[in-house]
Design a protein around this ligand. Sequence first.
Ligand SMILES: [Zn+2]
Length: 343
Amino acid sequence: MDEMTRLMALSAKVGADPLLVQAAGGNTSLKQDGTMWIKASGTWLQHAHERNIFVPVALDPLLAALERDDPACESCTDFVRTDLNSLGLRPSIETTVHASFAHRIVLHVHCVETISWAVRADAEAMLAPRLAPFHWAFIPYRRPGLPLATEIRKRLKGDTNVLVLGNHGLVVAAETVAAAEALLHEVVRALVRPARAMPLADLPMLEELARDGRYELAADPSIHALAVDPVSLAQARKGTLYPDHIVFLGAGIAVAQAGEDPRSAAERIGLSGRPEPKLIAIPGKGVLLAKGVTPAALAMARCLADVTARLSENDPAQVLSREDELALVNWDAEKYRQSLPAS
Ligand SMILES: [Zn+2]
């Protein structure tokens, strides 16, 4: 089996684990003979076996462009090897993260255990003893694309092979797929945080609230924990904890007030100029999702339940600023990713 086949197998495996990757999030790459094969924007790692999700990028011109802070590094489409890209795929919005490493294999995941540390204001200090055995660095939150790549290149040393990205996720790098997989699991093991047991949702009440048909019960019952567990709800309602949340679910979460049904909650929120919420938390009862919500939004709702179940009451979770949120929703490369058909 060659390394590309091994990477496809690992991508499919990692992509199918909701504690590591949700929907089109996360990406993997392999560098070979001056070309970097990187997951294409908007594709799902878990589909690596069923379809071609990798796009070839010419490494030298990309690295030269990174050196001069060239805006072409935002989408990296200028560096695609069109001679090898018969499907016309676009490279991941995180291509520059992968290119910043000299290592042959790079894995980037939105690991729930990692994110539950990475959203803390004191993340770097909390991670230091846990990651002491690794060659690691902490990267404060920057928007993916050029700003994130610039920050990484400032802090990356030659032997760094683990990055924790603030309010975002984890990157590991190695020379072989097997070594990258082993490193990923070692780091995740070092960062495991116990999740609180999931309290029971009030399903009859949620069904009653969903009767008018605009909202429905979350298909994945573990999502309800977000609204039933008061600590999870208090942390989630602080705002947007990481980029893919706002991209697929909108900013923060909507919380119904006492006695409010989803229609009145949505109308109240609409009056304040915000878009109709895709997710409404009914405190103490459970979560309702807009009918027909995309699989990506569903995966992000599950991610939020999983992350907040690992946060305690006093965890100093910090959220993206309004400026950070606007930079994500107005970024052309991100608009493209959202425009792709739901998988
Ligand atoms: Zn990411």
